[in-house]
Design a protein around this ligand. Structure first.
Ligand code: ADP
Ligand code: MG
Length: 730
């Protein structure tokens, strides 16, 4: 589609849009009536499963007890009947390979009955385990193709659900994905294992506080999802959006987000109508979506569900991303989940609100009302401080990707330096512990107390006060908000890391307290010495100031905090002895599995930049240069005509455009040369580095001159929809 037709179609779609025709309202059918209607949830199970089976299954779901294989056949039969009643014909084991996407292979329930007919069949073994030819998923050399069998294993803790599409309904069963030899090939398995380690170590600490609970201690996650929406017609005329998910060209529009008129602004009708439909689909799937609003950049929005157990929250986030993409099409829109679809305006993140606890205890990051719960809070808070100080690099590595590199440290997202914002009051209280001068904490904690025994602990500030948007990890009252995750990324790797780091630090705390008490200290003294110790060793990671400032970058360096600027720098952290030891000790992944991940992530990085650079060359040659050539011809003809009239003429624009065209050709050729060199590099780490330091700048050089041409050429010769059109027509 040419620009004009793409633009005309977009404008027509926008101007003729009729919100009434969007098709549904919540007058007849209320959200409460449809919420969870497509989920094989507790209510369905309680109604349909035999009592004993229901009891056994909920023990596994709630208390993490091993699944009794004897109940699988019954559960499968009930699940199948329920699914078929709702129109399902197929089932699929949904899994999360290392591509970061979801994967699914559909199988029909139908089996030949031997008499020329068919019967619907779904056995316990089909529910529990599926076979998936794993050879086409990245494995980082863990499996050679001849032994490529992989299998999927039912994750009982994430409910099965029905995915509806036009003409079909599929029963989806969330699963783990492993090789036949038991090697982990997905993102879910390590996350589940890390959750178990976290629960184990947290219970050790709670035991010392004499806190008893039946439920396991788990991680919770609330994932805020940012995204862009533009008219879908534009993507037909932009190869870059279609293939790379971001614009590789595009001059800065006359205005961007500098008027600050977007954030929480009025949501355009077409977008609101889209949101309602996306939310309705998500209600049906039991995803508790709750918040929506305009984001900072033009045409940027956010959707956030209420937090849930981390594993379910991650699965639900994948469902949210899928719903946004699919429903956008019904409204003639394109949902862009890329971290940086457009230059010179903000990119999109996925804030991960993280806490540890359970329904009985609430959040253990909640200071609480009693000295006792405050003391617990201090231990969990100190555990996180130590964890981020020790393993900040790991956390950084979990958010490393080619697309997120555009965001981190770019004055719109937190810097790549992992630090914690606690707020002044809490910092003051902790600093007072360190100095031993608790009276200093008075202003922060209302009450001056000399002894920090659990019986007399000062009441801690509940709210950190001001919101600090420049910090990658911010304390927000009852949880920590991790802001470095990118919009398109799965949250699983970051949650795995957070769980593992926390498990390590909580285990360390339990060891410390037990040892001190064995040495004759009272519990209160042991507690105080632990907090003191963490503040002495790890307070360098606390920073309440402006994370964007140059001063902080220097200060962080002085404090010895690592700053991994980009993906090729960050990914190797996964292979450092500390990280390998941590994951192995906690039973999350073995060294070979970690090495495979490192390789896959570096490979993905290289492939992404390669695709983008191929597109850059192609677009420069096939659409930008020809447009410039047409203009050059027009200019030359005009000059010739003026000359023929014997009049004086000037060639300023002609020279300018010709100069840009020459530069475009030269820079494109240069880009091709560095691409070839980078591609020929056999060492993967070095290859990634070259893509980062040589290919990316060469791409940007092409873009720079192309964007200059965009500002010179007549509008009707320019074939790419412009930033102004894409971002402001809605
Ligand atoms: P903001 O944009 O101000 O950070 P939002 O309401 O957009 O707030 O998102 C906050 C997210 O944090 C929601 O998903 C919310 O459910 C989640 N959340 C609230 N309490 C907790 C908690 N204890 N643990 C994890 N997530 C939480
Ligand atoms: Mg937030």
């Amino acid at each position: 589609m040419s620009k004009t037709s793409a633009r005309q179609s977009a404008i027509q779609a926008i101007t003729t849009y009729n919100p009434e025709s969007a098709g549904f309202n919540f007058r007849e059918v209320k959200p409460t009536q449809i919420f969870g209607c497509n989920v094989f949830n507790d209510k369905v199970m309680r109604e349909r499963l035999p009592k004993a089976v229901y009891r056994s299954l909920t023990k596994t779901i709630r208390y993490g007890e091993t699944l009794d294989p004897a109940i699988a056949d019954t559960v499968a039969a009930v699940m199948k009947d329920w699914a078929i009643e709702h129109g399902a014909t197929h089932y699929t084991h949904i899994f999360y390979p290392l591509t970061g996407q979801t994967a699914e292979k559909h199988d029909s329930f139908l089996m030949p009955d031997g008499h020329g007919g068919v019967i619907a069949e779904f056995s316990g073994s089909m529910l529990i385990r599926g076979e998936a030819d794993g050879s086409s998923f990245p494995s980082g050399g863990l499996r050679s193709t001849f032994e490529a069998r992989g299998y999927t294993a039912w994750d009982v803790t994430s409910p099965a659900y029905l995915q509806e599409a036009p003409n079909c309904t599929v029963l989806c069963i969330p699963t783990m994905f492993l090789s036949w030899t038991g090697v982990v090939l997905d993102k879910k398995t390590p996350m589940l294992r890390s959750g178990q380690a976290l629960g184990r170590e947290a219970k050790r600490v709670l035991d010392l506080f004499d806190v008893k609970c039946d439920l396991p201690v788990v991680a919770f996650a609330g994932l805020e999802q940012e995204y862009f929406l533009i008219d879908n017609n534009y993507t037909f005329a932009r190869q870059d959006l279609l293939m790379a998910g971001r614009t590789l060209f595009g001059a800065r529009p006359a205005k961007g987000q500098e008027f600050s008129d977007q954030y929480f602004g009025v949501i355009p009708q077409r977008v609101l109508s889209f949101m309602m439909e996306a939310e309705r689909e998500l209600y049906k799937l039991g995803v508790p979506v709750c918040t929506r609003h305009n984001e900072v950049a033009p045409s940027q929005y956010e959707i956030a569900p209420v937090f849930e157990q981390a594993n379910v929250a991650v699965d639900h986030n994948h469902m949210i991303m899928a719903a946004l993409r699919n429903v956008a099409k019904h409204h003639g829109l394109k949902c862009l989940l890329h971290e940086k679809p457009f230059n010179c305006i903000n990119g999109s993140g996925k804030h991960l609100n993280y806490s540890v606890g359970n329904a009985e205890l609430g959040s253990l990051f909640n200071p609480g009302d009693t000295p006792h719960s405050n003391a617990k809070f201090l231990i969990f808070c100190c555990a996180l401080i130590r964890a981020v100080h020790k393993y900040g690099g790991l956390l950084r590595a979990t958010v490393a990707s080619a697309s997120n590199d555009h965001r981190l440290g770019a004055n719109e997202a937190p810097p790549a330096i992992m630090s914690i914002f606690l707020g002044d009051q809490l910092t003051e209280v902790l600093a007072a512990f360190r100095s031993g001068h608790l009276e200093q904490a008075e202003s922060g904690a209302k009450k001056a107390v000399m002894d920090i025994g659990v019986d007399t602990l000062l009441s801690l500030p509940r709210d950190p006060g001001d919101r600090n948007r420049t910090s990658p990890i911010a304390f927000v009252g009852n949880r920590f908000e991790f802001r470095a995750l990118g919009s398109s990324q799965s949250a699983a790797d970051s949650i795995t890391a957070l769980n593992a780091m926390m498990a390590d630090s909580l285990g360390y705390a339990a060891d410390w307290l037990e040892r001190e008490m064995k040495g004759g200290k009272t519990f209160n003294d042991a507690l105080q010495s632990f907090v003191c110790h963490v503040m002495e060793e790890h307070s360098a990671v606390i920073f309440n100031g402006d994370g964007y400032s140059e001063v902080w970058h220097q200060e962080a360096e002085r404090r010895g905090l690592p700053n991994f600027h980009n993906t090729p720098e960050a990914i190797p952290v996964l292979q450092t002895p500390e990280v390998v030891e941590l994951y192995e000790r906690l039973g999350i992944m073995n060294p070979a599995e970690i090495r495979a991940r490192t390789e896959i992530y570096l490979e993905q990085y290289c492939k992404t930049i390669r695709t983008e650079s191929v597109l850059t060359v192609r677009m420069a040659r096939t659409s930008i240069y020809p447009a410039a050539l047409a203009f050059q011809k027009q200019l030359a003809e005009t000059c010739a005509a003026i000359k023929a009239m014997g009049r004086e003429f000037q060639t300023k624009t002609f020279d300018l455009v010709t100069g840009h065209m020459r530069a475009l050709q030269e820079r494109t050729a240069e880009l091709e040369a560095v691409m070839a060199e980078a591609g020929a590099e056999s060492d993967l780490q070095k290859q990634a580095q070259r893509y980062c330091t040589e290919v990316l700048p060469a791409m940007n050089a092409v873009r720079e001159v192309a964007d200059s041409l965009e500002c010179e050429l007549p509008e009707d010769l320019w074939s790419l929809p412009t930033y102004q059109e894409m971002l402001f027509n809605k």
